[in-house]
Design a protein. Sequence first.
Length: 187
Amino acid sequence: MAPSIHPLIDNGITKGDPNFSGGKLYCHCPSDKVEVTLGGNVAHNHACGCSKCWKPAGSLFSVVGVIPKDKVSVTAHPEKIEVVDKSAAIQRNRCKKCGVHMFGRIEVDHPFKGLDFVHVELSDKKGWQEPQFAAFVSSIIEQGFNPAGMDEVRGKFKSVGLETYDALSPPLMDLIATYTGKKAGKL
């Protein structure tokens, strides 16, 4: 049986609406849910195989996009939010009760500072940008996935039209390199 990549990818990708105006994300608690309001659509939505991103049960990958942090606000139950790892560059804010990551914020000097990382599958609205690529694909091996199954994983991504990378997509890597070059005074 083929491995579960992620529910938003396993059965084909649903195209998002480029004019989508945002919505709310909810944790998985049965009541008193943490609610995060996003004032716009996400960008660079992608499948991520890193060991830090929150993944739905049984999934090898998360699906995570970015949105400007000024478009993100906790609108219900902020008292239930805690940072997973305060030493990490991305401060992943999760619900203390159910463990779902609601948003990740970068507060340190970083190329993506000002952007929050979010999981749009936590919304009950349709229209969010669909996944655009797969990143950190080989990282699932570090988490215990059998390397012999990697061709099947990459084939599954290819079958739904997603490129796979063992870093980020080329445009995002270019942004990081530009930031680094400017900081070093080379650009």
